[in-house]
Design a protein around this ligand. Structure first.
Ligand code: SF4
Length: 324
């Protein structure tokens, strides 16, 4: 089968392989950024360079001072909050067309979840973790899209969830360029099995929006659908929900299968349930049977190919599960 994929736009921290712009003059390697580089259009940004802090530069840190979080550069004994907030504000204005973001973890500027906040300028004790200055704005502007940091994306579950979201949002952006109800109906129908695995009740809400019984303007329908799509994809699917969806797909192909074939495919689903094989092992079997019995409906489902196969990477750090 020939599968075509849109080319997502991904915001990325510039130091993750694009320029030696880190405070210490380093450029970092990120496996997920390298994996994606032939498949997406990256929009690389560095808020600290944009703020004119230079490279190399003394590091900055977040400090809780006088009831608010400030950005403090200890080596220069100066606050750079205003410069960094202004720079981040300028950069975030250009990201609305992005389908996702990969930002640098731990950075006081780019971190999404894990920038260190200290108790004050004078007594720099660790206080808590929170978003960096730019990371917080990215979550506010792009939060429902595929947004994560390079460290969490070393975890296979989070990475696959990220990729499913990234390509789903890219497909939605593509139909939103010339929005018609017909395109939205096709989008919704071809994501049915995938969305059922993610969130059944939200999938049905999207179905009602798509039906548009109230005869709302197309722009409003797309806006409502976009809001619900964000809720469908908010969290990774549960394995049990995916197993249920696999059995749902099985219903489309089982009729003419021999009992040995049925036994084999069901035992494959159960191996997936027991975390002994990846999801693709099960979906490939479904696809093979769908081709054999010419089940066009199944073959049109993005469940079988939610993102390009070349991006499947089974390596797993085990890290990142505890966040979010
Ligand atoms: S983490 Fe963000 S601010 Fe820091 S060097 Fe990388 S891109 Fe620049």
């Amino acid at each position: 089968m020939d599968h075509t994929f849109p080319r997502p736009r991904v915001l990325v921290s510039r130091c993750l392989g694009f320029e030696a712009c880190r405070y210490d003059g380093a450029k970092l390697f990120s496996k997920v950024v390298t994996l994606l580089q032939d498949h997406v259009d990256f929009v690389d940004v560095c808020p600290e360079m944009e703020a004119g802090l230079g490279v190399p530069r003394p590091p900055v840190r977040l400090c809780f001072e006088k009831e608010k979080v400030e950005v403090w550069q200890p080596a220069k004994s100066r606050l750079v909050t205003t410069a960094l907030v202004d720079a981040a504000t300028r950069q975030v204005k250009n990201i609305s067309e992005c389908d996702g973001a990969i930002l640098k973890s731990r950075s006081p500027s780019c971190a999404l979840f894990d920038a260190k906040v200290y108790s004050g300028i004078e007594q720099p004790q660790f206080l808590r973790w929170e978003s960096g200055v730019f990371g917080k704005m990215v979550l506010a502007y792009l939060g429902k899209k595929a947004v994560d940091d390079e460290q969490r994306l070393t975890n296979i579950i989070l990475r696959e969830h990220f990729l499913v979201k990234l390509y789903t949002w890219a497909r939605f952006r593509s139909i939103s360029a010339k929005p018609t109800i017909g395109e939205l109906v096709n989008f919704h129908a071809s994501h049915k099995l995938l969305f059922l695995a993610y969130n059944q009740s939200r999938f049905r809400v999207c179905g009602r929006i798509t039906a548009n019984h109230e005869k709302l303007p197309v722009a409003d329908v797309f806006q409502f659908y976009e809001t619900e799509l964000g809720k469908i994809l908010a969290k990774p699917f549960r394995r049990q929900s995916m197993v249920n969806t696999l059995y749902h797909a099985y219903g489309w192909i089982s009729e003419k299968m021999s009992s040995e074939e049925k036994h084999y495919i069901i035992s494959t689903f159960e191996e997936y349930r027991d975390e002994r094989i990846p999801l693709q092992a099960a979906t490939r079997l479904i696809e093979a049977q769908a081709i054999r019995f010419q089940r066009e409906y199944l073959l049109s489902q993005h469940l079988l190919h939610p993102f390009p196969g070349e991006l499947s990477d089974l390596s797993d750090s085990g890290k990142g599960r505890e966040v979010g």
